[in-house]
Write a protein that binds this ligand. Sequence first.
Ligand code: IMP
Length: 212
Amino acid sequence: MKKLLIATNNKGKVKELRDLLKVLNVQLVTPADLNLNLEVEEDGETYAENAEKKARAFAQASGLVSLADDSGLEVDALDGAPGLHSARYAPPLTLSPNSGNLGGARGGWTDSDRRAYMLENLRGKPRPWTAHFHATIAVAFDGKVEFAEGDCYGEIIPEERGNNGFGYDPIFFIPELNQTMAELDMETKNRISHRANAARNALPVLKKIFEG
Ligand code: IMP
């Protein structure tokens, strides 16, 4: 059976992408399945640049068609921050409040630290704190790359709600559903999320690659 590599080490993304891509007639594999230990530096200036970099690096290392997602949360009251830097959003080189580790690097901070830091930066700013998630998917195959994009709109709320998902989900509220992203079951998140919209937009390309 043909294989598609889900080119990310983020467990939250892997779980969602596995579900979103199960309609394809391919075997979905992860870097862990292949014992592939690859950290790609995300130093691009756009989501597309970072997604392409990750997809190409994993495709080259594995020889498989590889799909990478670069995503982020853009908060209007923070002028679009943290955006591209969502995974690394943290005050520079101070003690991390929850993990007790040195901050600054992605590994030293927890998702919970990042949410607390965002709320600290929003304190005193008028609500609603409108925001949207963005995802760009890159699919690398035969030395080429194709892209697909998706968004999801909502607002940041000052208290955490729900235990599902990952990252900023507990403080990302979707007014139409009256729930945060972390209160949604995976089926619902995978119907409405930025990653779901991007994956849906990527399906024609993937079908063409695998089904001709
Ligand atoms: P990257 O794509 O590896 O640069 O990481 C994107 C970062 O954006 C994640 O580490 C999360 O902090 C955040 N993010 C992206 N998608 C989601 C989501 O679906 N829920 C919550 N946070 C997300």
